[in-house]
Design a protein around this ligand. Structure first.
Ligand code: SAH
Length: 274
């Protein structure tokens, strides 16, 4: 595998040899890499990775997942907007369009499922608008990975009739534009992505909008990986627990009665040892 260390360099370089006549366009495969454990890749994702010549991948893609990419393929880290060698979303889209137009097929690899808080929707839309053909390969989203690997049955029917995925990420105006009343409804499980940095605000607003403060709550960090941690408490004490255990991204907030089943299920998953 050849890693392209600095994507700015890569951005400048991808023009294909001038062909005679029109260049056939490349195709883009949008692939969900799952929550981190490579065994949670779909067979279709593995097939796409094994056949890849060029892969643009994000920061949440597990390192082990990249082993499926052939030795001689190019791997380009386009990662997070805030870090140094990475590209803002519009430039990632531009780069994909340019590469496809120059005849190169590529895999666009994202953590979890690309269509769940992964901006895969914007990328697919931009490709469609640019007239570039693409495929979409689903991935196991972090919530499913966390549910299964940390022992939280997200819609156990005795406890939840609704499952909500929400984002705890601030919008440009620095506001959390969440429908707090909807999130505070009874008999549902709420999974919040990208919420750890705003945990105190999230818990406070949910309590203010009627979610009982003793609602079971969990933080699942690095779900599915050997480094996974699951910290459980209540809506009331979750922010304090997060601080105490120094919980870091990537982590999910899970709220609802189903979290109360976690210790029992975890015991089962660990072989019922005391
Ligand atoms: N498309 C991804 C989500 C991207 S948003 C998916 O479907 O899973 C990024 C957020 O996802 C992180 O801030 C975190 O909240 C969550 N996340 C991603 N991978 C995770 C993991 N292995 N464990 C816990 N949370 C994870």
């Amino acid at each position: 595998m050849s890693f392209v260390e600095d994507v700015r360099w890569f951005t400048a370089a991808p023009t294909a040899d001038e062909p005679d006549g029109p260049t056939p366009q490349g195709r883009v495969t949008l692939v969900g890499a799952g929550p981190g454990d490579p065994e949670l890749l779909t067979l279709r994702a593995v097939k796409a990775l094994r056949g890849a010549r060029l892969v643009l991948y994000d920061n949440l893609v597990g390192k082990e997942v990249l082993r499926y990419v052939p030795e001689d393929a190019e791997l380009v880290y386009v990662g997070k907007e805030s870090s140094r060698h990475t590209l803002p979303q519009e430039s990632i889209i531009d780069l994909m369009v340019r590469l496809a137009r120059s005849g190169r097929s590529l895999v666009r690899l994202k953590g979890g499922d690309g269509f769940i808080f992964g901006r895969g929707g914007e990328e697919a839309q931009a490709l469609a608008e640019a007239g570039i053909a693409f495929d979409v390969v689903p991935g196991i989203t972090a919530a499913q990975g966390a549910g299964a690997c940390a022992g939280i049955p997200l819609t156990h029917r005795d406890h939840a009739a609704t499952l909500v995925f929400a984002t705890g990420h601030l919008r440009a105006n620095n506001e959390l534009s969440l429908d707090w009343e909807a999130l505070a409804r009874p008999r549902q499980t709420v999974v919040i992505y990208m919420g750890v940095g705003n945990l105190a605000t999230i818990c406070r607003e949910l309590a203010r909008h009627g979610l009982p403060t003793d609602t079971p709550a969990a933080l699942v960090e690095q779900a599915s990986l050997p480094s996974q941690r699951c910290i459980t408490g209540t809506l009331q004490d979750l922010p304090q627990l997060a601080e105490q255990h120094a919980v870091r991204s990537p982590a999910l907030i899970v709220l609802g009665q189903v979290v109360a089943l976690q210790p029992q299920l975890m015991r089962g998953m660990q072989g019922l040892a005391a």
